[in-house]
Design a protein around this ligand. Structure first.
Ligand code: CUA
Length: 337
C-alpha cells in the first residue's frame, strides 16, 4: 500500500513552522502600512505619536529582554544546585528594583507629557473650521456652507480645525494616520486639528465603544491638492441638480413621496429630514452606512430594501418599495454627485 497521504499535512505543519513565522512576520509588518495605521503617518501630529510609539516600544523591549536574560541566567547557572542564602544584595535590589524603574517610568512619562502638550497646540492658523457630530452610528460633517456625512475632505498642507460634538452617547474621533483620538462627549465641545502633508485617503474610526455598531462607525478623510479641494467645496455647496434621465426623475419623486424625506435631506428637493445623513451629494461619496459597504448600485439597493441585514441595529427601517420604485431611487441617488 502506498504511504498514507494523511500524514502529509502533519509533516507540512511541522516543517512549516518557519513558514508560519514568516507569514506572521509579513502579517505584522504589512499591518503597519494601511490607510488606518498610526505607524504609517501622513501628518505632523501622527508623526510625533509614531516617534513616541517606537520610543516606548524600544524601552519596553529592552526591559523585557533584560528581565528575560536574568531569568535564563538564574535558571542555567544554578541548575540542580541548592541555593544557599549569601546575604547582601541590597544594593542590587535598590538599583534594579527602585532606581532603574523610577528613571524609566519618569523618562517615559515626561516624553508622553511633552507629546500630549504638543498635541493640544494648534499647528497654525486653520484654513477652515468644520463641525463633526457623532450619531449612533454615523458622522455628520458640517462645513460652513453645507452638510455632508461620513466623508471629510481637507486641503493638503493646511490645517483644519474640527469641532467635535455628539448627538447622543460618547464617541471618539480617530484618524490614526493623521492625529490622536479625541472624544465627543455630551454637553461638551472638544476640538482637534487635521493636517495632512500627503495627498491621500485616510480611514478614521470611532474609538470609544458606543453600541452594537461601534465597529461600523467609520469615515474617510480625503486630503486633496488645494484646487481639487476648492472644486469639491463648490460642488458640495450647490443644491441637488434636477435629473434629465426619466428613471432618475421618477426616483426623485420616490424620495419626496416616501418616508425617506422624513429622515433625509436632499437640498433642492422637498426632502428635508434631519435624522439621517444629508444625501444632497450622496453619489459623490465612496462608502455607505458609515464605511460598512462600498457605494455602488448593488449595495445601495440592499441598503434601502433592508439595511438591517447589512448593519443590524441602525436607525433606518426596511423600505419595502416596489421594484420599479427601488430602481428609480437607486438611479436618482447615484446622480447626486
Ligand atoms: Cu461611536 Cu463607537
Amino acid at each position: 500500500m502506498p504511504a498514507a497521504p494523511s500524514t502529509r499535512p502533519a509533516r507540512a505543519l511541522r516543517g512549516g513552522r518557519p513558514g508560519a513565522l514568516l507569514l506572521l512576520g509579513v502579517a505584522v509588518l504589512t499591518s503597519c502600512s494601511s490607510p488606518q495605521s498610526a505607524l504609517d503617518p501622513a501628518g505632523p501630529s501622527a508623526r510625533r505619536l509614531e516617534a513616541l510609539w517606537w520610543g516606548l516600544f524600544a524601552v519596553s523591549a529592552v526591559v523585557w529582554l533584560v528581565v528575560l536574560l536574568c531569568i535564563v541566567y538564574a535558571l542555567v547557572r544554578r541548575r540542580g544546585q541548592e541555593v544557599k542564602p549569601r546575604g547582601g544584595g541590597t544594593r542590587a535590589v535598590v538599583v534594579a528594583g527602585l532606581i532603574i524603574p523610577t528613571l524609566v517610568l519618569v523618562g517615559t512619562f515626561v516624553a508622553t507629557l511633552s507629546v500630549m502638550r504638543a498635541e493640544a497646540e494648534p499647528p497654525d492658523e486653520p484654513a477652515l473650521t468644520i463641525e463633526v457630530i457623532g450619531h449612533l452610528w454615523w458622522w455628520e460633517v458640517r462645513y460652513p456652507d453645507f452638510v455632508t456625512a461620513n466623508e471629510i475632505h481637507i486641503p493638503v498642507d493646511r490645517s483644519v480645525r474640527v469641532e467635535l460634538r455628539t448627538a447622543d452617547v460618547i464617541h471618539s474621533f480617530w484618524v490614526p494616520p493623521l492625529t490622536s483620538k479625541t472624544d465627543l462627549i455630551p454637553n461638551m465641545d472638544n476640538e482637534l486639528w487635521l493636517l495632512a502633508d500627503e495627498v491621500g485617503v485616510y480611514r478614521g474610526q470611532c474609538a470609544e465603544f458606543c453600541g452594537a455598531q461601534h465597529a461600523g462607525m467609520a469615515f474617510l478623510v480625503i486630503a486633496q491638492p488645494a484646487d481639487e479641494f476648492d472644486e469639491w467645496m463648490a460642488d458640495q455647496a450647490r443644491p441637488a441638480e434636477t435629473p434629465t434621465d426619466p428613471l432618475a426623475l421618477r426616483g426623485r419623486e420616490v424620495i419626496e413621496s416616501q418616508s425617506c424625506a422624513a429622515c433625509h435631506t436632499v437640498r433642492g428637493t422637498e426632502a428635508d429630514g434631519d435624522i439621517g445623513p444629508d444625501l444632497t451629494h450622496f453619489g459623490s461619496r465612496r462608502t455607505l452606512g458609515a464605511g460598512v459597504a462600498p457605494n455602488d448600485p448593488g449595495w445601495l439597493g440592499g441598503w434601502i430594501s433592508n439595511s438591517q441585514t447589512i448593519k443590524p441595529g441602525n436607525l433606518m427601517p426596511p423600505q419595502p418599495l416596489a421594484p420599479e420604485d427601488l430602481n428609480a431611487l437607486i438611479a436618482y441617488l447615484e446622480t447626486l454627485e
